[in-house]
Each structure stands twice: as structure tokens, then as C-alpha cells.
Design a protein around this ligand. Structure first.
Ligand SMILES: Nc1ncnc2c1ncn2[C@@H]1O[C@H](COP(=O)(O)OP(=O)(O)OP(=O)(O)O)[C@@H](O)[C@H]1O
Ligand SMILES: [Mg+2]
Ligand SMILES: [Zn+2]
Length: 241
């Protein structure tokens, strides 16, 4: 390689200003001012991107918002919408309280996941970290790797310790004892440590308690007046929306 080409190669490593996403701080997210490091104005944006990346929420799910949720067709759906709105309004105040969670239950296709995601998206826009857990896939993955202790603990710790956990489609499909054990470990930990959950589930309170009273009664206590149950085949938005 000629000397000039060598130099060209090494210059590629030193990015030009325009290659940085933020020219002000050259992507360091802080600026040295008079010998003191001060946060750059791009930091909040980068933090928001990081929260989103870690949430596991896809761009399709990012589009589920309060703005594109139609609550005018039915009183139960309107009530669910109101409870969801109240939850995000009060989140910071209730986060550390015993009753800091919310659960949408019942009819298939009535918007349980949509409302759960509308909450998650609003909280993330405010800088609150949320982790999405698709119940079926996550539990299958955890069980497949149950012999791999390091993996098991890493996965479980993510679900146990994230600031807000969204459990989508809790207890969907046929349920075994080890499925219940996985959920119990996560829910019990969050219950004891006062960490909020957002849950969507086809079963009602009775159904969840029938599957496991330990998991069910803890969730009911964490959600209390925010246990929202929707009933009626006509409310399947996929069919009648
Ligand atoms: N009130 C609504 N306004 C606008 N879109 C809605 C509404 N209800 C549901 N949808 C849309 O209909 C589809 C089904 O809703 P969603 O997935 O939230 O239902 P679900 O109650 O979670 O169903 P499942 O029990 O099958 O998981 C989604 O695309 C959702 O965005
Ligand atoms: Mg759903
Ligand atoms: Zn910057």
C-alpha cells in the first residue's frame, strides 16, 4: 500500500464532523466547558433511544397509542381507556406505592394489548424504561434454556428488575407447572420490591386465580381498582372494528 493510501485509511478512523450524529459533542453526550463536563443537549434524545432499544418494543408496537385508540363505541372500552389514561397521569405519584400496576383482561381483540402499549409508549416518551415480555415466547425461551444457569438468571433478572414490566398475553395457551413457576418467580419478586407491571390477559380474575392463586392474588393486589375486565364478543376489534 502506498503511503498516501495509508494516510487515507487512517483518516477514515477520524470521523469528519458530519459523520457524528451530534457535532456539538462528537457523540460523547457531554461537553467540556471550562474544565467541567456538562451534559450535551443531545443526551435526553440518546437516553430515549436507549430506553426504546432495550424495551423490545417494535416499530409496529410503537404505533399503538392513545391517539389512535377509538373509545367511543362502547362503555366498557371507554372505561378501560379512562383507567389507562389515569394510570399514566398518576404514574410517578403511585410508582412506589403498593398499588402501582394495571391489568387488562377478557375478550379477544378488544384492545388489551393496544392499551398496554399506549401506556408503555407514553411512559417511554417520558424517560421511564419499560420492558416488553410476550408471555408465551418468553416463557418457552426461558424453559428451553433452564439448564443454562447463566442465561436463566440473566433473563429472569431482566424481567424481575426492569422499572416497568409489560406482560402481554399472560397464561396464553396450555399451562404447565414450570410455566407457573417462572411467572411466580417474576411476579413475586416485583410484588416484594414494589415494581409495577402492566398485564394483558384473556382470562378474567377468576380464571387467573384458578390457574395459580399465588400469581393471581399478587397481581390483583398490585392492580386493585385497575383490574379492567372487558366482556362481549362484539368488542373484538379485529372482526367488528
Ligand atoms: N378501540 C380501538 N381503537 C383502535 N384500534 C383498536 C381498538 N381496539 C383494538 N384495536 C386494534 O385491533 C387489533 C387488536 O387489538 P389488540 O391486539 O389490542 O387486542 P387484544 O385485546 O390484545 O387481543 P388478544 O386477546 O387476542 O391479545 C390491534 O391492531 C389494535 O390496534
Ligand atoms: Mg393482546
Ligand atoms: Zn451532543
Amino acid at each position: 500500500m502506498k503511503k498516501s493510501e495509508n494516510l487515507k485509511e487512517s483518516l477514515k478512523v477520524l470521523k469528519s464532523d458530519s459523520e457524528y450524529r451530534c457535532d456539538k459533542c462528537r457523540d460523547m453526550t457531554f461537553i467540556i466547558d471550562d474544565g467541567v463536563a456538562i451534559p450535551c443537549e443531545c443526551r435526553a434524545l440518546r437516553e430515549a433511544e436507549e430506553i426504546l432499544k432495550r424495551s423490545g418494543i417494535s416499530s409496529e408496537f410503537r404505533n399503538k397509542t392513545f391517539d389512535n385508540f377509538n373509545y367511543l363505541n362502547d362503555v366498557q372500552v371507554m372505561e378501560a381507556y379512562k383507567v389507562a389514561r389515569g394510570y399514566v397521569r398518576d404514574f410517578e405519584r403511585i410508582e412506589k406505592s403498593r398499588n402501582n400496576s394495571i391489568m387488562f383482561m377478557g375478550q379477544v381483540g378488544c384492545g388489551k394489548t393496544h392499551l398496554s402499549l399506549a401506556i408503555a409508549n407514553t411512559l417511554m416518551d417520558r424517560g421511564v424504561g419499560v420492558l416488553y415480555m410476550g408471555y408465551r415466547d418468553s416463557v418457552v425461551r426461558i424453559k428451553q434454556n433452564i439448564m443454562d444457569q447463566a442465561y436463566y438468571h440473566r433473563e429472569m433478572n431482566r424481567y424481575k428488575n426492569c422499572r416497568v414490566l409489560l406482560v402481554d398475553d399472560l397464561f396464553k395457551g396450555s399451562i404447565t407447572g414450570s410455566d407457573v413457576n417462572v411467572m411466580f418467580e417474576i411476579v413475586n419478586y416485583r410484588y416484594f420490591n414494589g415494581l409495577p407491571v402492566i398485564v394483558s390477559c384473556e382470562k378474567g380474575v377468576e380464571g387467573i386465580l384458578d390457574i395459580d392463586e399465588g400469581v393471581g392474588s399478587r397481581l390483583v393486589e398490585m392492580c386493585k381498582e385497575r383490574c379492567v375486565e372487558i366482556r362481549g364478543k362484539k368488542l373484538n376489534y379485529r372482526v367488528y372494528g
